[in-house]
Ligand binder design. Sequence first.
Ligand code: F6R
Length: 259
Amino acid sequence: MSEVVIVANAEVAGHYASDCIIDLVKAKPDSVLGLATGSTPQPVYRELSRRQHDVDFSRMRAFALDEYIGLPTDHPESYRAVLNREVVQPLGLNPGSVKVPNGRASDSSHAGADYEREIHAAGGIDLQILGIGTDGHIGFNEPSSSFASLTRVKTLTPQTRADNARFFDSADDVPMHCVTQGIGTILRARHLILLAFGSAKAEALAAAVEGPLTASMPASAIQMHPHVTVFVDEEAAASLANADYYRWVFDNRPEWQTF
Ligand code: F6R
């Protein structure tokens, strides 16, 4: 089962997730992170930037979870640009150490296989940061995605395009297609940290953590992973049937236990 930690707010989650990343990088300086984009991971990236002097990030490597297809590379909402802004520049990383799937439309047929090769060559992902879509997607693995899927091109649902319209001038500007790590790719990472904040995520989060395993709820695949930590605020936790038990577990954590 996933360890579900209900926190007071996103900043507390950002603090805990940063602890995990900093401990990992201290133990393994060339760790490989998996980086989500969107609003959810921002408190983590802000906290890492605030604590960048606690650890040497210079050898850390990272892989983005996904990228839109067809945006110019210098578009401010390409995930390459977002990660440059939120992670690479604040942490002073070498931009080449953070890989992003190739979102050029002309290369999309082999972008997935190329990306899988790069992840494999890096030794796999040690810690993957995940958000969750209101329709239950992780990465951009929309409902019906195979649990065995690897990095490939996907078509965004109208719901995801509407959710992401806030980052663009208009809903029509949200790309239709993306290259995303598959669910199988995500499940190969050695530790998954899934974050969810706000009431809009409550139904999907409960279905992901407590519902049946089904491709109709892609995030439910995390139940098959041996090491998952879910940091969730009260609003996103509102539909969890076992919330009291998760609080009980957290309040009674053995001192030696880490996330
Ligand atoms: C982003 C990603 C998506 C988002 C999800 C939630 O790289 O892969 O799965 O995590 O769409 O988005 P936000 O955090 O903006 O609510």
